[in-house]
Design a protein around this ligand. Structure first.
Ligand code: ACO
Length: 331
């Protein structure tokens, strides 16, 4: 069973309810038909019922197994507005604003997760990453003990003998534009945990830079080297090294030359990028040039699972991210 098959099988066992705020979006509707048919999750589609049914009919897909909820007509609407007001009043939100915000599909769906009416949320086929995850950061917040939500991509590179038979986790390619050393360290630890719990991998973490062991001097390099120190203090059993260049991290012969004493050089399967520019560009290059499958991004450190799609996502991507969200909800 490959990673995707195993993810879908775990989701079938978990039987979680996933809410999709982009209820009229064609790929979301096609994905819903598959998710329900294959019993991957129970689906709540958010939006106007007539519009959703008309869009599904036009596409020739059946979403009859999904629940459809229109925010303002929902039996939960007033409860969610009141709860949202309580959560955000210190931030200047009054009842009128709360009502307007919870009428928005993504805020409504995020409140449904917060209040336990759904186990997880997937959005982003039409919304930007910011529009998908900002409500979650404001409402659902981090898990206890976690300061910063970050993300990881599972990258599956065909015909590749590096990483774990071509499988890697890349973090953070989607959330934090310019993480501090502390945030980088937290991302590394969370990504290693995701590698274990989600992919059954033995994580070997490389904190990437344009420098290996001080071969270049720059404040950007210092940021990564400090993050490595923090990871070692916080998670002493984790196999981690850096700052390290990507070739030394992944290619055994280069690792032997540049850092022969490293515990992970040439074997890294978890790659932590120093900032969002490098992470986002890096994952897209590998996805397009190496024809890798990029599954995610999955948010980590958030109290309940919320996941973002790329606006270029396929129907299969949505099915996979819904399956992953269901698995996260079960963990
Ligand atoms: N972890 C936890 N909480 C956070 C985080 C974080 N990483 N970032 C922001 N927050 C919280 C803040 O504390 C704040 O909470 P509060 O309102 O209760 O005080 C709330 O979220 C909003 O904070 P802002 O600073 O106003 O949020 P910002 O405008 O910076 O938006 C966001 C946060 C959306 C994550 C922003 O940093 C962003 O747009 N990141 C880049 C996303 C992106 O475009 N990624 C690339 C595309 S993804 C792809 O290609 C697959």
């Amino acid at each position: 069973m490959n990673f995707i098959e195993s993810l879908r099988a775990k989701a079938v066992k978990a039987q979680k309810t996933i809410i999709l705020p982009e209820g009229c979006e064609p790929r979301t509707l096609k994905a819903t038909e598959i998710i329900v048919k294959e019993n991957i999750a129970k689906v709540i589609l958010v939006g106007n019922e007539e519009k959703i049914k008309a869009a599904a009919k036009e596409l020739g897909v059946c979403v009859c197994g999904a629940q459809i909820v229109d925010p303002v007509k929902s039996e939960h609407f007033e409860e969610l507005v009141n709860a949202f007001y309580e959560l955000r009043k210190a931030k200047g939100v009054d009842m009128e604003k709360a009502r307007a915000m919870v009428s928005d599909e993504v805020y409504f769906a995020t409140m449904m997760v917060k209040m336990g009416y759904a186990d997880g949320l997937v959005s982003g086929a039409i919304h930007t990453t910011g529009d998908t995850i900002k409500p979650a950061l404001q409402i659902i917040k981090t898990k206890p003990g976690i300061k910063s939500v970050s993300s990881t991509f599972v990258m599956i590179v065909p015909n590749c003998d590096m990483g774990s038979n071509g499988m890697f986790l890349f973090g953070d390619c989607a959330v934090n534009p310019n993480p501090t050393s502390e945030e980088l360290a937290e991302n590394a630890i969370l990504t290693a945990q995701t590698a274990k719990s989600f992919c059954d991998m033995d994580p070997k973490v490389a904190m990437l830079s344009f420098s290996t062991y001080g071969s270049a001097k720059h404040e950007f390099v210092d940021k990564v080297a400090n993050a490595v120190k923090i990871v070692r203090e916080t998670a002493p059993d984790l196999a981690v090294d850096g700052e390290i260049q990507a070739d030394a991290a992944m290619v055994a012969s280069v690792g032997k030359t540049k850092c022969p004493t490293s515990p992970i050089a040439g074997q890294a399967n978890v790659l932590i990028f120093p900032d969002l520019q490098s992470g986002n560009i890096g994952y897209k290059l590998v996805q397009r040039l190496a024809k890798a499958e990029a599954v995610g991004p999955f948010l980590q450190g958030i109290a309940k699972p919320v996941n973002d799609l790329s606006r270029g996502c396929s129907v299969d991507d949505i099915v996979n991210v819904v399956a992953a969200t269901a698995v996260q909800a079960a963990n």
